[in-house]
Ligand binder design. Structure first.
Ligand code: NAD
Ligand code: WQD
Length: 334
């Protein structure tokens, strides 16, 4: 079975390619390398011992997509490609609607042209916006409050309408919470451009001495220690969730992919220190605008529908994050 993985050179896509190959699938990757390096494809091949077909191109380019579907008998698509920085989306919304919405439209139009109707889409828990639910089920109200989250919700709506119009489509909308960690080999991992926005890569770079200290955005939230609580999911667990969804594709599925538990910023920092033996200096600063106190998944739907649940712990996440960071201090810039 051949799976087209758009954005397959990226953080989650590369880990998913490894697990797809391990599960016996053949993989074709489409990536423009706007936010990744070709080195990650070489690493996937080193880990799996298998060749990855790579098409360097843009998912918004319909002729490029047509050439892929003409040259390879694609059975299903996992659609990762897109932009994901919340802050950047606020500053440049049109870019996010172009990449995330227009890219998804182009892809689904060409899939329909070639009668390929099996699709797994990378959505995000950001579509829930400010939710009072703890944990958050898939039936929660959807109120994204930034262009990034809105772009994800727009694509979800497009795919929901497509499914209603043609029951022969099999679509899984997977809402990820906080993907973190790295493959146990330390050969692939998260490689953010510049100063990381997200907590785990920032902590890893402090541990590596690349950054001086962690700024904790607020310790006055209504949580056990005042710091923000999130649902951290190991990226390999997340990758395996995509395999499970691929195998269970049937009609339209909307599913949270999360651990179903929340950990605070200080929980993560202390676990990282205990796991690695490395002290993480930090200071408490003001809250980051737009941050929410507590956010974690109701993960029961994934277990019921996909027979999938996370198996890696916060300790595993910290260990694997540090292993990647320490082996690749400059990410994929070899
Ligand atoms: P990433 O930036 O590492 O990977 C995305 C990949 O897509 C990159 O390799 C990039 O070069 C490629 N790409 C972007 N636009 C493209 C285009 N127009 N044509 C072809 N390739 C293009 O991001 P990631 O963390 O792996 O996220 C993958 C998907 O999961 C994204 O859609 C993101 O919105 C979603 N997601 C990520 C998170 C997270 O915290 N990482 C959480 C929820 C959802
Ligand atoms: C986690 C916690 C921060 C950095 C983001 C996107 C979301 C999704 C996942 C794409 C929070 C705190 C962080 C730092 C800190 N991406 N923090 N100091 O904000 O939950 O989610 O990534 O879909 O759309 O919003 O993740 O890692 O940025 O923050 O104190 O330097 O760590 O306040 O409580 P977030 P994060």
């Amino acid at each position: 079975m051949i799976v087209l993985v758009t954005g397959g050179a990226g953080y989650i896509g590369s880990h998913t390619c490894v697990e797809l190959i391990n599960a016996g699938y053949e993989v074709v990757v489409l990536d423009s390398f706007i936010n990744s390096k070709e080195e990650s494809i070489k690493r996937i091949e080193n880990i799996t011992g298998k060749t990855v077909v790579l098409v360097k191109g843009d998912v918004r380019d319909k002729d490029c997509l047509r050439s892929i579907f003409k040259n390879y008998s694609i059975n299903a698509v996992i659609h990762f490609s897109g932009l994901k920085a919340v802050g950047e989306s606020v500053a440049n919304p049109l870019k996010y609607y172009d990449y995330n919405v227009m890219g998804s439209l182009a892809l689904t139009e060409i899939m329909a042209e070639f009668n390929v109707k099996n699709l797994v889409f990378s959505s995000s828990a950001t579509v829930y916006g400010f939710s009072d639910n703890k944990p958050i089920p898939e039936t929660s109200q959807l109120s994204p409050f930034n262009p990034y989250g809105q772009s994800k919700r727009m694509v979800e709506q497009i795919l929901e309408d497509l499914s209603k119009s043609d029951a022969s489509w099999n679509i899984a909308l997977l809402r990820y919470f906080n993907p973190v960690g790295a493959h146990k080999s330390g050969m692939i991992g998260e490689d953010p451009n510049g100063i990381p926005n997200n907590l785990m890569p920032f902590v890893s770079q402090v541990a590596a001495g690349k950054l001086k200290e962690l700024s904790i955005f607020g310790n006055d939230y209504p949580t056990k220690d005042g710091t923000g609580v999130r649902d951290y999911i190991h990226v390999v667990d997340l990758a395996l969730g995509h395999i499970a969804a691929l195998k269970k594709l049937n009609g339209l599925m909307i599913i949270n992919l999360g651990a179903g538990a929340g950990y605070s910023v200080l929980d993560l920092v202390h676990t990282f220190e205990k796991t690695t033996g490395i002290k993480i200096p930090f200071k408490i600063v003001n809250r980051r605008p737009g941050d929410i106190a507590i956010y974690f998944a109701d993960a029961t739907m994934a277990k019921e529908k996909l027979g999938w649940q996370t198996k890696y712990s916060l300790e595993d996440i910290c260990r694997d994050s540090w292993h990647w960071q320490s082996k690749n201090p400059n990410g994929y810039n070899t």
